[in-house]
Design a protein around this ligand. Structure first.
Ligand code: FAD
Length: 373
């Protein structure tokens, strides 16, 4: 095959699709190649939480670009995106202190400190057991099962060639070798997500990229809880780099180890997001080069128990469970490299790829990277 485009994107997850979307805005001809017949990777397995505010200071300019990209894509491709922000109930004095430090650091307009009643009303649980909390108004909610497929459909209608069911076996100097033959482009962006190891083993090993597996569930949503809900908890404050940099976080970690040893053991980021279909609850973290398919019932139960306690749901009905996977590295949050002059590899190696997608795609298209992240 000799068909030539300005750009080939390998991977129809959110990073690849965001790259294709921005390239089309620039008027480039684009082909997207994916091993599956639709988006099936991390990008449909997650919370759909574009969690800009809690990310590290250094990535905030990229997060702003990402936010604009999400809102433009939602408007053009016609998928659900709500600028409803994130609620953070504080269940202890130290959690309140961390949120106060974060509000001081980021500013009152980006981190609004609230009383218990306001947080309870925001998450739809009048009986919320909290001392107070915060709201992060810039954060955006999308439905992860809808967004990537909608962008792919929109791009296909806009002239992007999609080559589905086609495993890529190698990428170099503008040639993409696949099981169906070679494709050519001026530039190639490879966004294989947690399958980086199979495509660029040397790069994956150099950045110690591994797979993070997470226990997830979808539970029924009572009508009192908003469909655009996003709730982070104390474990999230200790996890997301922006908040985790606050001075009281070491003390929060000690408190969590005493108060919630089960959650700390499974490296939980206890959080919940809503959609029309239900409430996503999770998650635990386990790291491996190659994951196992099994979900521990104890871990799944613990996450559901603690999430529903925050939401005031006494008898949750579980609609689905699944094991999510994303690319992770202990050393970096982003692999953005240029193995040759025509190839860019873009993989977010932390659980924040939905949040940053359009910002990372923008960096990849401009041939830039960001250090210290
Ligand atoms: C449970 C869970 C919860 C999460 N929650 C959030 C959240 O709330 N907010 C947030 O910001 N992030 C979250 N994340 C992380 C986020 O989902 C990922 O960082 C992001 O989706 C990665 O997108 P991607 O395009 O790189 O990868 P993917 O979506 O995995 O897409 C990669 C694509 O590449 C294709 N591919 C790979 N190798 C090849 C090959 N050799 N040939 C052809 N095709 C190939 C695959 O088929 C796949 O379609 C979560 C992740 C999980 C699993």
């Amino acid at each position: 095959m000799t068909e030539h485009t300005d750009l080939i994107v390998v991977g129809a997850g959110i990073i690849g699709l965001a790259s294709a979307f921005l390239a089309r805005e620039q008027g480039q001809s684009v082909r997207v190649i994916d091993a599956a017949d639709r988006p099936v990777g991390s990008s449909i397995q997650n919370f759909g939480h574009a969690c800009f505010t809690a990310q590290a200071d250094v990535i905030q300019p990229v997060a702003r670009v990402a936010r604009e990209g999400w809102l433009r894509a939602a408007q053009q491709a016609g998928f659900w995106a709500k600028e409803s922000g994130t609620w953070l109930p504080a269940t202890s004095e130290i959690e309140l202190q961390v949120l106060a430090e974060f509000a001081e650091h980021r500013g009152d307009d980006l981190v609004k400190l609230l009383g218990r009643e306001e947080v309870a009303a925001g998450i739809g649980n009048p009986g919320l057991d909290a001392l107070g909390g915060a709201h992060l108004p810039l954060d955006v909610r999308v439905d992860p099962r809808e967004a990537a497929p909608a962008i792919a459909r929109y791009l296909a209608a806009d002239g992007v060639e999609f080559t589905w069911n086609t495993q890529v076996t190698g990428i170099a100097d503008g040639t993409v070798a696949t099981v169906r033959g070679d494709f050519h482009a001026d530039r190639v962006i490879a966004a294989p997500g947690y399958k980086l190891l199979a495509l660029f083993p040397e790069l994956a090993e150099r950045h110690e990229v591994r797979v993070c597996e997470l226990a997830m569930a979808l539970i029924e949503r009572p009508a009192r809880i908003p469909a655009d809900l996003a709730v982070l908890t104390g474990t999230s404050m200790a996890r997301y780099d922006g908040i985790a940099a606050m001075p009281s976080v070491p003390e929060l970690r000690e408190e969590l180890a005493r108060r919630e040893p089960g959650l700390v053991d499974v490296i939980a980021n206890l959080m919940m997001t809503g959609t029309e279909q239900g409430i996503f609850v999770g998650d635990s973290h386990h790291y491996a080069d190659h994951t196992e398919p099994f979900i521990s019932e104890d871990v799944a139960d613990l996450l559901i128990d603690r999430s529903t306690a925050v939401l005031g749901i006494d008898e949750p009905r579980v609609l689905q469970r699944w094991k999510g996977q994303y690319a992770d590295s202990a050393g970096t949050n982003l692999v953005l490299e240029h193995p040759d002059a025509r190839t860019t590899v873009a993989v977010v190696t932390s659980g924040i790829g939905m949040t940053l997608s359009f910002g990372v795609a923008d960096l990849a298209l401009r041939g830039e990277t960001i250090s210290g992240f």
